[in-house]
Write a protein that binds this ligand. Structure first.
Ligand code: F6P
Length: 332
């Protein structure tokens, strides 16, 4: 039966969100559902800021980074009044199903909304952090790895020219997926991720040992350390200072920052976004609600929304083991 579907993008934007909106629009058209897009994340629900999404408005979208619906982190929505207001507005707009593309904060928001609105809620994971339980990857993650990798390739050119130590901070919020995979794919010499960080004192000793082993083996050469954000006390400045205190000078910090959120999505993100968008629309009108659609071993899955943030997704063991081997045994 034909439904009125709404979609929004929330939290940190991620390359591939547009590809997902496009897939949802096409699938809705095919299934005879009406589709509207709320702008600026949950703010759009509070402000009743929505547009009709036709095939025309989503044409040529698959390759565009960012999100045409814009995004936001909406504090007001977290309150009871906020969620109540959003629920009233959804009823006024006669929405049957709300699709939320975002990360864990956005899914918590969707779950909060479900206490005030009895429509159907479907989440689609979109974040460069990949820190969502229940799906192998999140939309935007692969593009961010590529962006970080190619940036580190460039850092390497100048690091090699001066035989310097570079610290490259990558995003990930409190997870090391992006840092680990950026480090592995760029052949960086060391990676610091929250999952394995013990303490400043403990970790600086490991890093110094590694730098010394490399210098004993090769003389003074460049050394690139990928550092996940929010791990080292006082960030790159703190790590630079700790290295200086151990007699390691000429250290240069580089923060990649929001550049990692931009750019045209790579094929893996387009494929994930398209698959999940189409799969989500297939569930519209069913009894499945408060779920996230994800992909495990290239097959679509449904996961209760609450599990996506209450359970912790572990780093891929094989990748961790490869990185450890390459880090520790290269100079032994
Ligand atoms: O969750 C995506 C993310 O890019 C994180 O990696 C990062 O910590 C955060 O968002 C940055 O948020 P903002 O764009 O609000 O500064």
């Amino acid at each position: 039966m034909s439904k009125r579907v709404a979609i929004l993008t929330s939290g940190g934007d991620a390359p591939g969100m547009n590809a997902c909106i496009r897939a949802v629009a096409i699938a809705c058209k095919g299934a005879g559902h009406e589709l509207v897009g709320y702008k600026h994340g949950y703010n759009g629900l509070l402000e009743q800021e929505f547009i009709s999404l036709s095939l025309d408005s989503t044409h040529n979208l698959i390759q565009q980074g960012g999100t045409v619906l814009h995004s936001a982190r909406c504090k007001a929505f977290a309150s009871i009044e906020g969620a109540n207001c959003a629920a009233t507005n959804l009823r006024k707009a006669r929405i049957d199903t709300l699709i939320v593309i975002g990360g864990d904060g956005s899914f918590r928001g969707a779950s909060h909304l479900s206490q005030f609105w009895d429509g159907q809620i479907i989440g689609i994971p979109g974040t460069i952090d990949n820190d969502i339980y229940g799906t192998d990857a999140t939309i935007g993650y692969y593009t961010a790895i590529d962006t970080a990798m190619s940036s580190i390739d460039k850092v390497r050119d100048t690091a090699d020219a001066f035989e310097r130590i570079f610290l490259v901070e990558v995003m990930g919020r409190h997870a090391g997926f992006l840092a680990l995979n950026a480090a592995l794919s760029s052949a960086s010499d060391y990676v610091i991720v929250p999952e394995f960080f013990v303490s400043e004192k403990h970790d600086i000793e490991l890093i110094i040992k590694q730098i010394k082993a490399q210098r004993a083996f090769k003389g003074t050469v460049s050394f690139i350390i990928v550092v996940a954000e929010n791990v080292w006390p006082n960030g790159l400045a703190g790590l630079t200072e700790a290295l200086n205190q151990h007699g390691i000078d000429d250290v240069r910090p580089v923060t990649l920052g929001h550049v990692q959120r931009g750019g045209s999505p790579v094929s893996q993100d387009r494929l994930l976004a398209t698959t999940l968008g189409e799969y989500a629309v297939g569930l519209v009108g069913s009894t499945h609600t408060n779920i996230m659609v994800g992909e495990v071993n290239q097959r679509p899955v449904m996961v209760p929304l609450e599990e996506t943030w209450s359970k912790t997704k572990a780093l891929n063991e094989a990748r961790v083991s490869t990185m450890k081997t390459l880090m520790n045994e290269r100079y032994s």
